[in-house]
Design a protein around this ligand. Structure first.
Ligand code: PLP
Length: 454
């Protein structure tokens, strides 16, 4: 269907137009699991479809709505900025708000960080860290962790610890290697060669919500210091209150050389990212007038992103969202821990703040149907739970990564306590409905549709 985008509602036929002009496979996948709704509005922790049905959103835009969807204070700051006809992106001049936002970020980050380079996304913040680390150290190699996710541009992808994302896009950058998350011996074996520019780690891994073993992150930082390697903590997903601290690195008192951020920095309104770095790293790269600008992009920093960033920090403080995340995260673990006793198929729950996951494993009873399902597609059981959560209970959740039997939640930190309780009841019911595993589901999983989901 041809469309000039002017004469009709943007909502009617949105899925069809997307299929025709953007990505038919994605729309097919949404259709297969019945997620092809037409979304028309959102507020706080809810999204609303074109029939007026409100869904509780536990995906939170993959973690970009920590301050709540359509947060009115952030919106007001943006409207005010738009109405003032600012001198956007003069380029041969500085953004009026970037210095202030950088200062506010640095005041909240560890003392080891002194400069902020703004970007327009998380992967670009990671690319900046990779480039600065190589240039600052003169070394080629980058070590990240198995199951790591740092974005999908070629540099970040080279640091990715999931083969599913990399397949078909090679050759990736040379000098990138992954070691098991949590294994300091494996890390030290790489660092001992003294050719590693950067160790890049998520404090809590997003794919699977993997928490670091005790002492791991501090140990990794100490090893980096010993072998002259820079240490970068990727806070793109864990930042801005997600784990119950403003930055997850605070849980372990880390003082890295670089920190990457994005997602919730702008309250979800404007694409924005940032890479904070030590004075040492900055000065090794931007070391002269000639080298004043060695990395950047047209939209970064842009005034709307900066204004939204300032308003987001103010809103996190005003509404005490970091403390709220810590408190509600504890409650969520408390409410979901009994699911392990109630359902044979629940292997465990874990989380930090409002970054939470439930993992499923082969039940003692009904193992044959579990194995039959898993043979079709490893990790597909989670989809049998995500389905009723969405269709019966109007709760949006996500499977946490390729081949993992994990469902993950990253709700807006504004979520009401009652809504968390509603989610837990809905989860309990949905697990009940998925077990024993219906043979119809196994037959269905054998078809092309479900295979592409986990
Ligand atoms: N780093 C981490 C830890 C992430 O979780 C993500 C995205 O999910 C990225 C980097 C990439 O961010 P973006 O999608 O904004 O490029």
């Amino acid at each position: 269907m041809a469309s000039n985008g002017r004469n009709h509602s943007p909502f009617a036929g949105a899925n069809e137009r997307y299929a025709e002009n953007v990505n038919p496979q994605f729309v097919r996948m949404l259709h297969t699991i019945g997620f092809d709704r037409t979304w028309v509005s959102s507020d706080g922790a809810h999204i609303v479809d074109d029939e007026g049905t409100r869904f509780l959103d536990l995906v939170g835009g993959f973690g970009m709505f920590n301050a709540g969807r359509n947060n009115p204070a952030i919106r007001a700051a943006l409207i005010d900025a738009l109405e003032r006809d600012l001198a956007h992106s003069v380029q041969l001049g500085v953004s009026s708000y970037a210095g202030e936002l950088a200062g506010q970020l640095l005041a909240r980050l560890p003392r080891s960080l002194h400069r902020v380079l703004f970007t327009s996304s998380g992967t670009e913040a990671v690319e900046a860290a990779l480039k600065y680390a190589r240039a600052a150290t003169g070394r080629p190699r980058v070590i990240s962790a198995d199951h790591a996710f740092h974005g999908l541009t070629l540099g970040s992808l080279s640091a990715n610890g999931n083969p599913e994302f990399k397949d078909g896009f090679g050759p990736l950058l040379p000098g990138f290697e992954q070691v098991p998350f949590g294994d300091l011996d494996a890390l030290e074996a790489e660092l001992r060669r003294e050719d590693v520019a950067l160790v890049l780690l998520e404090p809590v891994q997003g794919k699977g919500v993997n928490l670091p073993p005790a002492g791991y992150l501090e140990g990794a930082q100490a090893l980096c210091r010993r072998y002259g390697t820079l240490f970068c903590v990727d806070e793109v997903q864990t930042g801005f209150g997600r784990t119950g601290k403003l930055f997850a690195l605070e849980h372990w008192g880390l003082e890295p050389d670089l920190v990457t951020m994005a997602k919730s920095l702008s309250g979800g309104y404007v694409p924005v990212g940032a890479c904070a770095m030590s004075r040492h790293v900055f000065e090794r790269v931007n070391d002269s007038l000639e080298n004043a600008v060695r990395h950047g992009s047209t939209f970064a920093p842009n005034e709307l992103g900066m204004v939204a960033g300032l308003a987001t920090l103010a809103e996190l403080d005003r509404a005490q969202l970091v403390e709220r995340s810590a408190r509600l995260g504890r409650l969520l673990l408390e409410l979901t821990a009994p699911l392990r006793e109630r359902h044979d198929v629940v292997a465990g729950v874990r989380g930090l703040g409002l970054m939470w996951a439930i993992e499923f494993g082969e039940p003692k009873r009904g193992g044959a149907s579990w194995r039959a399902l898993e043979r079709r597609q490893h990790g597909i059981f989670s989809q049998l739970v995500v389905g009723p959560l969405f269709h019966r209970h109007h709760v949006l959740t996500q499977v946490a990564g390729h081949g993992l039997n994990v469902i993950k939640a990253l709700p807006p930190l504004t979520i009401a306590e009652d809504d968390l309780r509603l989610f837990v009841d809905a989860l309990d019911d949905s697990i009940k409905r998925a077990t024993p595993i219906p043979w119809a589901a196994i037959r269905f999983a054998a078809g092309a549709g479900l295979r592409s989901l986990a």
